[in-house]
Write a protein that binds this ligand. Sequence first.
Ligand code: FES
Length: 102
Amino acid sequence: MIVDVGALEEFALGQPRPLQVAERNLVGVRVGDEVFVLENRCSHEDFPLAEGVVDLDTEEIECARHGAMFSLRDGAPMSFPATKPVARFNAVVRDGRVEVEI
Ligand code: FES
């Protein structure tokens, strides 16, 4: 299923944006003219990644709870205490709109 989650311009660079898509809690982060979408839940403990801070240079998001870093591109854990990835969803920008495949 492809879901329109808004205009690209509604995503501020590096600002995590919570998204409710098909009853799933996701987080979208704009990096340049791309938007990366992950599950809005840290894999360490159940905590919303949307409250974290994004490093645009490394394309990672830091969990605000204990500081684990995750790759925005694939959801891989980049630092402890997280050891498992978070789910990642394909997103494309088409005609200025962001579409997520779920
Ligand atoms: S809950 Fe995210 S690092 Fe612990």
